[in-house]
Ligand binder design. Structure first.
Ligand code: TXA
Ligand code: MG
Length: 350
């Protein structure tokens, strides 16, 4: 049975947290909130414990895990070779929503890295995540706490949907603030390479290191031949809602008109239709289940609303979902990366 406990972010009850700490130390699985999404944690240096993560998520075993740490000293333990570029970024952004890829030390098992000789490391800023890692004294391997292929969980309720009965404990610490997974940056080369866009942007990284770039595979469709992204997870169908999601690109007025037309058609054919609108456009849609993702005046609301909305449309059993696009803001790369994957790159240009 999965034990569900509530912990207040501002006043962490150490008796309650101790139970979670003990589970991790003993090789068990605990889901916990982070500032990005909920994570599914286990002792990352314990092979059996990390194997349990793959089983609980139904995750392919070549998809490596991120090790979560609470002190910079961990880098001496987990990495090998010149780590100066990564340390510079760590100084600037940790604790926070940034994952760094280093060359791994012998200590890190290949079961954790999916057979790679590099390791992903992140120091989260969420008080519950941070304290859990610190008090357990283990490096916590933690993917997002969803069933493989489903949208990442941003509330404990989402984790319960996917993981109840499959793991030892779920810590409910409220809503995950950012709502998109961490930015992943490969720091094994001369300049930082972004493998997964997130809340920390290319521009943020450039401000620290002078230079940075996106991995080229970020802009390729996974169906393309020879598609071999450096973050193995990026090759799997992700975040996919059960219905067919289509993204509409173009001038707002035209997008609304096109979505209204298509929604009316599908509804008349007897299908259940969902629409991803914004606060600004909510009242312009006419058919189906219309939900706002957030406001264009604050792109953070859009980032944090995306996975929640995709899950809500699953609950509503929408057959077709239509969405506006969200390129024109500082988090555009991160938001559209997830939305495009969720849509299986199904785009209508208007
Ligand atoms: O915000 C986050 O990063 C969340 C929270 C829980 O910290 N975690 C998360 O983990 O998103 P996960 O497992 O869902 O995504 C990790 C991604 C995968 O795409 C994986 O392929 C990539 O990181 N990754 C892990 N180790 C890697 C490595 N050594 N080289 C390249 N990519 C790696
Ligand atoms: Mg994930």
């Amino acid at each position: 049975d999965t034990k569900i406990i509530k912990i207040d972010n501002d006043h962490i009850d150490s008796t309650k947290l101790k139970e979670a700490v003990d589970i991790l130390k003993n090789g068990g699985l605990v889901a916990f909130p982070t500032e990005t999404v909920y994570g599914l944690g286990a002792d990352g240096l314990n092979k059996d414990a990390s194997m349990k993560i793959y089983a609980a998520k139904g995750r392919p075993s070549d998809n490596p895990l991120i090790l979560h740490i609470s002190s910079m000293k961990a880098l001496d333990d987990l990495t090998k070779g010149d780590s100066s570029l990564g340390r510079k970024l760590a100084q600037a952004f940790w604790p926070g929503p940034l994952t760094l890829i280093f060359n791994k030390s012998e200590k890190v098992p290949l079961t954790t890295t999916g057979g790679l000789d590099t390791v992903a490391v992140r120091m989260p800023s969420h008080p519950i995540a941070y304290e859990l890692i610190r008090q357990s004294g283990v490096y916590v391997a933690a993917p997002s706490a969803n069933t493989s292929g489903r949208p990442s969980p941003t509330t404990a309720g989402h984790v319960i949907e996917d993981m109840d009965g499959r793991i030892d404990m779920i810590i409910d610490g409220g809503k995950a603030d950012i709502g998109l997974e961490s930015t992943i940056v490969d720091v094994t080369g001369e300049i930082p390479v972004i493998l997964r866009p997130g809340f920390i942007t290319l521009e943020d990284i450039e401000r620290v290191t002078g230079e940075a770039e996106y991995d080229r595979s970020l802009f390729q469709k996974p169906s393309t031949e020879n598609f071999k992204p450096k973050a193995p997870g990026m090759k799997y169908r992700h975040y996919a809602p059960k219905g067919q999601l289509t993204i509409y690109e173009g001038e707002s007025r035209n997008v609304i008109q096109a979505i209204n037309k298509e929604a009316a058609k599908k509804q008349s054919e007897g299908f259940k239709v969902g629409i991803i609108a914004t606060d600004e456009t909510l009242s312009s849609y006419e058919n189906g289940i219309i939900k706002t993702i957030g406001t264009r005046k604050d792109e953070k609301t859009i980032a944090s609303g995306l996975f929640r909305l995709l899950r809500e449309f699953d609950t509503e059993q929408a057959d077709y979902i239509y969405s506006e696009s969200f390129y024109d803001n500082p988090l555009g790369q991160a938001i559209m990366n997830r939305l495009l994957k969720a849509a299986g790159y199904h785009i209508e240009k208007i």
